[in-house]
Design a protein around this ligand. Sequence first.
Ligand SMILES: Nc1ncnc2c1ncn2[C@@H]1O[C@H](COP(=O)(O)OP(=O)(O)OP(=O)(O)O)[C@@H](O)[C@H]1O
Ligand SMILES: [Mg+2]
Length: 259
Amino acid sequence: MGLSITIASGKGGVGKTTLAANLGVALAEFDKDVTILDADIEMANLELHLGMEGMKTTLHDVLSGDASVKDAIYEGPCGIKVIPAGISLDGLRKADPERLENVLSDLLRTTEILILDAPAGLGRSVVTALASGQELLLVVNPEISSMSDALKTKIVAKKLGAHVLGVVLNRGGHDKTDLTIQEVEVILEAKVLAVIPEDPEIRRSSAFGQPVVLRSPDSPAAIAIKKLAADMIGEKYIPPKPSREPFMKRLVGGLFGKG
Ligand SMILES: Nc1ncnc2c1ncn2[C@@H]1O[C@H](COP(=O)(O)OP(=O)(O)OP(=O)(O)O)[C@@H](O)[C@H]1O
Ligand SMILES: [Mg+2]
């Protein structure tokens, strides 16, 4: 039986999908067998973060009973398995969220780590994901509005029997009014496992449909996510060595007058 991690928040737009895509790839870089399922069946966009848009069979087809889950699994970057949610309104109309529970238990039998990218709020698919997910990773931004929604999600998760793995504080450190790690831990009564800084490389990478951990592996956000992945599986994160290339180029240029 695999490990199931639901990435949820309560508040929208805090960075759940960004984290799901990048954490999945970072775990795969440690040779883990990872499946990411887009549980945001109304506003799917995991596929955009991974550059995998336009897949024919999606979770919508599985939830409507028109396809088996195997048909909706695609290979993503670093060998991760990805199940897109689908974006067609017709597909959404036919999808029956009741079927999600069976899909999740099927997937857990065949994958080492299942990451569920939950939608904002506490709708049907979030509740199902939380009820079947063994672990909850709460994503918050360092602002008070993010806390109250996360707290609701945490309370519901606990009632549903999920274990709160911890909190990921995303987009931290760019404003004086930001809540501190200690404040977040006191409010949510949960440990902050990682702080991902505000980083323009995240936006750039998603514009190119590439996870930041692959496109800009040395960026502060990528390093924070890779460290989180390592901590989660008890591996040691080895930071990249600063490249000597620019120095060598300048040296050679200076010596031979090509600077
Ligand atoms: N650390 C960061 N630094 C800069 N931009 C970020 C960071 N994290 C996320 N973003 C940006 O914030 C936006 C929202 O991110 P994302 O889609 O991952 O949030 P979400 O919680 O999944 O949203 P939704 O609730 O709508 O599903 C995206 O444009 C993303 O590029
Ligand atoms: Mg999302």
